[in-house]
Design a protein around this ligand. Structure first.
Ligand code: NI
Length: 254
């Protein structure tokens, strides 16, 4: 069993946790999980994220509007979200970004909402948690323009793009996808990126690592992701978990 696991990206406000949210979260510390950042995706989920952080002292909040929800964001909700940052459990603006795979919101609207939140993060001096799906070029252009601190979560770009992200001083989030059989790109990315720039994450309840792929994911499953990364890096799994925990502290817990 491992200890000191910092899950930098989870969604425990998701309805798939409605049945057992509090019991599950309470049980995770015994399974070696020491910190969790719960990422919101709209105003409502900002509220439920803060509720979770109130009930579970080892959980922290990232507040923001996901690109899927960009189209539905009202001015009132954006103002209400800004007010919520006045809470000591909030450690990041997230998850924010661009998703040109699903295109649930028009791309122009996605870019507008993303840009406003990049500006907000810099004003608040908070790191960002970035969602980038099939929108690498626009994402990189906006990151280069605003130069936020932060992480590109569930990194799906090439090793070349990872180098660009590192040049900006940002971190690379690696989740369950690295354990999948067809994981070619994530493995190359892990090889390329120094351990000091990697963050562990689940994206729970999604992206469950092998051998539990298909089931609901929770933060304890990070052990399998960490094992895979440690193997690629040729280091001990607990050592990798410890390094990633330090990285997360450096970025989020100042
Ligand atoms: Ni997510």
């Amino acid at each position: 069993m491992y200890s000191n696991i910092f899950d930098t990206h989870a969604h425990y406000d998701d309805s798939r946790f409605d049945e057992d949210r509090n019991e599950l979260l309470s049980s995770l510390r015994e399974k070696g999980v020491s910190q969790i950042i719960n990422c919101a995706c709209d105003y409502k989920s900002c509220l439920s994220t803060l509720e979770i952080t109130k009930n579970h002292c080892f959980t922290y909040a990232a507040l923001g509007v996901h690109p899927h929800e960009a189209e539905d964001l009202t001015e009132d909700d954006f103002c209400r979200i800004i007010e919520l940052f006045n809470n000591e459990k909030v450690v990041a603006v997230g998850e924010i970004g661009l998703d040109y795979h699903y295109d649930f919101s028009p791309r122009e609207k996605q870019r507008e909402v993303f840009e406003r939140q990049l500006i907000l993060a810099n004003e608040l001096n908070l790191p960002v948690i970035i969602h980038d799906r099939e929108a690498h070029e626009d994402t990189m252009n906006l990151l280069k323009k605003y130069r936020p601190k932060g992480v590109v979560h569930c990194f799906s770009g090439s090793a070349e793009m990872a180098k660009e992200v590192l040049k900006l001083g940002m971190y690379i989030g690696i989740g369950g996808a690295v354990t999948f059989k067809n994981a070619k790109k994530p493995v190359e990315v892990v090889k390329e990126v120094p351990s000091e720039y990697l963050l562990l994450e689940t994206d729970a309840p999604y992206m469950t690592p092998v051998p539990f792929r298909g089931q609901r994911c929770d933060s304890s499953h990070i052990a399998f992701t960490a094992q895979t990364i440690a193997q690629i890096k040729g280091i001990d799994t607990q050592q990798l978990i410890d390094i990633c925990n330090e990285n997360a502290h450096r970025l989020f817990m100042k």
